[in-house]
Design a protein around this ligand. Sequence first.
Ligand code: GDP
Ligand code: MG
Length: 445
Amino acid sequence: MDHPMNALAEKLQQVFRNVRGYGKLTEANTAEALREVRMALLAADVNYQVAKRFCDRVKEQTLGQEVQQSIRPGDLFVKIIHDELIALFQSGGTALDPARPLRIALCGLNGAGKTTSAAKLALHLKDRRERPFLVAADLARPAAAAQLATLAAQAGVPAFLPAPGVSLTDHLAAASEAARGASASVILYDLAGRTEVNDALLEELSAALEAIRPQECLLVADAALGQAAVGVAQAFHARARLTGLILSKFDGDARGGAAFSLQDVTGCPIKFLGTGEKIADFEPFQPERLVQRLLGMGDLYGLAQKVQESIDLEDTARLEEKLKKQSFDLQDFQDQMRMVKKLGPLQNVLGMIPGMGSVSNSAIDERGLKRTEAILGSMTPQERRQPDLISARRRQRIALGSGTSVTEVNQLLHRFRAMKKMMGKLTRGGRPEEQLKKMLRGRAF
Ligand code: GDP
Ligand code: MG
């Protein structure tokens, strides 16, 4: 079946192919590319304001980026779009509240897919070793309860139906009792909808939510509604503190735009997607997967990852430049240590440097690294910038502050000078990895 995001993905990828050919990102060609991105979003039925805001954020980022020599400007553009998409779709996290028993209220307009989604979610939870319990809470339409009962039977999950003539509060109280009796871990409430958002709907919704006090209040929205879904979501969100969205009918005719708009307008995460009429057609929403689809698997998506790596490498290159100029100081030393720490265990990092994979464990002294960090942390920024300032008295203070000894502080300063000298030599030819190896054996840091 055609995925709702396919058309948008195709258009975006066309824009990216063009942009990657640009030698430079100027205001003019960035504006042109962004215009095409916006057109693609609008064609996918993304709300106009949402598309505009999205493009504005990308523009701001693009113009604000420092020029990185190793990265092609067009690639950086793709990376920024990637990051913005992830930020948009990941707002809030997609996991359900961990509280048990977990009460989930499902609200939305008639025909949005509430009853179907309730049964789908119950089945999904049952497969994850929960004990779901369905409650039909639409008292106005007897057919709604019957529909839930049928779907619940398909899912093999108990359903609690309203007794004839019962009031909503009495029904909810009875449901609560029954759920306890069944030792339910998750109670799903299929609430009443209306054909449109009106006061009667919102009042009944408020009353139901007050009685249920759900930890999760999920709006079921019809993906095929596109822009119209935005107004609906806003109205619901204003009345019922929504905790997430279920986007139903994310198959067939939907153009995918609702996924963007709803998320942006409500600030609520999409938690699940309904992808067909059968109760198994349901999946947790995975932002990464959707962005991968939009950018093209292993192609532009992989590129965005690589650009991030290059940005990190560029920072390293800047440090190297400082070394060459002999302006390397203890502050840079500290920065470098932090960078190495960010990269993960030292052994892994060294393994990534060509020719360094064989450095033995003994060359890496993680405890020593911690001491070094503490000593550097106890220096003032000025001392790190001008190590010559560090007098005997200051050494004493630094040792005390870092829980080390003056001897250890002296050793560090000594090693730093040795390292700086050696780094200076590095730039005068020779194979860098050999020099680095030697330096590590000598425990330069
Ligand atoms: P409710 O009025 O909000 O409870 O909506 P229903 O659950 O009764 O669903 C309305 C219609 O939409 C039914 O015919 C469902 O089979 C259909 N439906 C619900 N979810 C999906 C979905 O994810 N994909 C498709 N194709 N149809 C769906
Ligand atoms: Mg229903």
